[in-house]
Write a protein that binds this ligand. Structure first.
Ligand code: NAD
Length: 256
């Protein structure tokens, strides 16, 4: 379905981003990967799909590096058709204890990075009159939790940003939408499971059960594959007129 298109997925060396990148590649899209850590497993997983795979190590907190990545994608593949703003970080602390540099990093990576990629990718998408921007927000883009002020602010911010740009592009072939996952068991959430296990003196299984029970009525983690399938749908012709949604995949979290 996406043969001949090029996707840039930020933060795709791990977790949700890797799952989305793999599913877009399975649909035939060439992919530029991004993110920290070992990139080879991600490269290998995508190469199996028979598409062109590339990588740029831009730090998403640095606008100059973001611009270099978008330009490199356009130069290498001739276009950037699908932009998935996924890179994200978390820090858990009460607001009065929140380290200011952690606040700045969360806002830069979870929110401002999407502004930069979007402003740089949009002119080409508009010129070709086709584009898909999928922002990986969170249930924390719709509701809050204590001790996550920066994350909640960044995710509410990206949901608002999604709606605004969706309106600006509403008469074009470019759509802009957000996906709002609940708990997904990635390295980002594993850290919170570990913290709970050590604070409460419980084992991993019990820490996971408590984490889910607090927020996610299904008592099941959402999977990266489920989120990737929604991203693929948002890239399909069936979603040509889906604009500015913030679609929660959260086992009932925000229905409460
Ligand atoms: P993860 O930690 O597994 O992956 C994060 C990715 O972002 C990695 O590839 C990492 O290298 C990359 N990254 C981090 N900082 C970066 C930077 N400065 N520059 C470039 N890349 C950087 O996390 P995940 O759970 O897969 O999270 C992906 C997205 O999904 C995030 O935006 C997160 O907020 C969101 N999300 C996750 C959950 C969850 O339960 N896991 C729930 C809701 C939303």
């Amino acid at each position: 379905m996406l043969k001949g298109k090029t996707a840039l997925v930020t933060g795709s060396t791990s977790g949700i981003g890797l799952g989305v990148a793999r599913s877009l590649a399975r649909e035939g899209a060439n992919v530029m990967l991004n993110g920290f850590g070992d990139v080879e497993p991600a490269r290998r997983a995508l190469a199996e799909c028979g598409v062109k795979v590339s990588y740029h190590g831009a730090d998403m907190s640095k606008p100059v590096e973001i611009e270099a990545m978008v330009r490199a994608c356009e130069a290498e593949f001739g276009a950037l058709d699908i932009l998935v703003n996924n890179a994200g970080i978390q820090h858990v602390a009460k607001v009065e204890d929140f380290p200011p540099e952690r606040w700045d990093a969360i806002i830069a990576i979870n929110l401002s990075a999407a502004f930069h990629t979007t402003r740089l990718a949009l002119p080409g998408m508009k010129k070709r009159n086709w584009g898909r921007i999928v922002n990986i927000a969170s249930t924390h883009g719709l509701v809050a939790s204590a001790e996550k002020s920066a994350y909640v602010a960044s995710k509410h911010g990206i949901v608002g940003f999604t709606k605004s740009v969706a309106l600006e592009t509403a008469t074009t072939g470019v759509t802009v939408n957000a996906i709002c996952p609940g708990w997904v068991l990635t390295p980002l959430v594993q850290k919170q499971v570990d913290a709970r296990a050590s604070q409460a003196g419980v084992d991993q299984a019990e820490a996971k059960r408590q984490l889910l029970a607090e927020k996610q009525p299904s008592l099941q983690f959402t999977t990266a594959e489920q989120l990737a399938a929604l991203a693929v749908f948002l890239c399909s012709p069936a979603a040509d007129n889906v604009r500015g949604v913030a679609w929660n995949v959260d086992g009932g979290w925000v229905a409460q």
